[in-house]
Write a protein that binds this ligand. Structure first.
Ligand code: PMP
Length: 289
């Protein structure tokens, strides 16, 4: 495997960064997870836009232009012969001192890894995921705003630990007001009477690209889609609940807190959207040429 670091494609074993990089010392940096389908990078422009917004929010100047980063992503996929896979694009604050001061860091570091991913076993897409609500709440927007896709994922890691320790793979995270925010690594939708509802980002959700695409595709299919404040009541009483994310794509939730959602299996709206999404992955994308 070849890994891109600051303009160079290095063999995996030589792909190393400094222990003084603030990405490692403080989780100071931003990232994106991007899919490659059918030899095309899916929704690349949207990911790059979000990356730059995340960087801006943490006052991190990326030492490359968006166009240069897009070309670097394509180059890395090409060098690894990736036709279907997953790209991890990371920008760290760079090498600094042992103190917190980000302004003492030299240049930001851009790292791109192109590989594969399978988040959930295929059976779960047919059977539905079991999840629980966890006690770890989503970060307060005035702490680390959940809209920032930062390298500091401890909030999500702690939630994931709670889920895994309870024997499930994902969880519902609430915000400090007790409203539904999202899952530890995915956005969440509830469907009732044919209307799709997902928490607005101010409730503590990442501006998920898959969330955005699903909202667009659902509207095109004639569904009403609302960004609305949700409580657990709305999840428990929904006909269907599903999660969206770059790695997970669209996965139905069968059970939340041991309560069956609808029939307890992925419902027709979830399955229809998953099918439409799959078709869309053939239509959309920046060719790897
Ligand atoms: N929320 C969180 C916390 C995430 O980490 C992710 C990405 N894995 C998502 C939502 C989904 O976002 P996207 O569709 O852009 O992958």
């Amino acid at each position: 495997m070849k890994v891109y670091i600051n303009g160079r494609l290095l063999d995996e074993k030589n792909a190393k960064i400094s222990v003084f990089d603030h990405g490692l010392l403080y989780g100071d940096g931003v990232f994106e997870g991007i899919r490659v389908y059918h030899n095309k990078v899916f929704t690349l422009q949207r990911h790059i836009d979000r990356l730059y917004r995340s960087a801006k929010a943490i006052a991190l100047e990326i030492a490359m232009t968006p166009e240069e980063i897009m070309q670097a992503v394509i180059k890395t996929c090409k060098a690894n012969g990736i036709q279907n896979g997953y790209v991890r694009l990371i920008v760290t604050r760079g090498v600094g001192t042992l103190g917190l001061n980000p302004y003492l860091c030299k240049e930001s570091q851009v790292i791109i890894i192109a590989a594969g991913i399978q988040l959930y076993p295929v059976e779960l897409y047919e059977e539905g995921l079991s999840i629980i609500t966890v006690g770890t709440m989503r970060n307060h927007p005035e702490a680390i705003n959940p809209r920032i896709k930062s390298l500091n994922y401890l909030n999500n890691v702690l939630a994931k630990i709670e889920a895994l320790n309870s024997g499930v793979m994902e969880c519902v995270m609430l915000n400090p007001q007790g409203y539904v925010a999202e899952a530890s690594g995915d956005n969440i939708f509830a469907v009732r009477d044919g209307v799709l509802r997902t928490p607005p980002v101010w409730c503590g959700a990442l501006e998920g690209i898959t969330r955005e695409v699903v909202m667009e595709l659902a509207r095109d299919l004639g569904y009403m889609v609302e960004e609305d404040v949700l409580t657990r009541y709305d999840l428990y009483t929904a006909d269907e609940v599903f999660l969206t994310g770059t790695a997970a794509e669209i996965i139905g939730v069968g059970v939340i807190d041991k309560r069956p959602i609808g029939t307890g299996r992925p419902g027709p709206v979830t399955l229809q959207l998953a099918e439409r999404f799959k078709a869309y992955t053939k239509e959309e994308g920046t060719p790897i040429t």
